[in-house]
Design a protein. Structure first.
Length: 147
């Protein structure tokens, strides 16, 4: 799980994190989530994962946020779709009524298409909301769905 998560962080085009997880920090990170979902194959290999947690506190605590990571070798096999669908169901079971993604990078077309196909709506565009590894900025597109 840590290896897959770190590969997304190191790609520097989807997650806002800049630091990779160590074995120790990774265990703490995944344990601190409301839920961590994992997709595995018949051999027990991790294909992808997601983290689910409140997007905010108090009066906005009913809104969930999630992040998804699919192993490079498993992309294009609908693992991401399964993770998002499972996450939506889990979020609802945990009492969340909205699932919101704060920072979908505009050029992440595969994620955006997936979210839209599953019924998510784009809230707008935040100009230059994501700093890329080369120091340039790209727009981000928040998405949400009522559960």
């Amino acid at each position: 799980m840590i290896e897959i998560w770190n590969s997304i962080v190191e790609e520097e085009n989807a997650f806002p994190q800049e630091e990779v997880l160590s074995m120790e920090s990774g265990k703490d990170f995944f344990a601190s989530q409301s839920y961590t979902g994992v997709a595995v194959d018949d051999m027990g290999n991790v294909l992808g994962l997601y983290i689910l947690h409140p997007n905010n506190i108090g009066r906005c605590g009913h809104i969930a946020n999630a992040s998804y990571a699919v192993a490079v070798s498993s992309r294009g096999k609908h693992i991401g779709k399964s993770l998002v669908q499972h996450c939506m169901s889990t979020a609802k079971q945990l009492g969340f009524s909205v699932l919101q993604f704060n920072a979908v990078v505009e050029s992440n077309l595969s994620a955006r298409k997936l979210y839209e196909n599953l019924g998510f709506r784009q809230l707008g565009t935040i100009p230059k909301g994501f700093r890329k590894k080369d120091g340039t900025y790209e727009n981000i597109c928040p998405y949400f769905i009522e559960l």
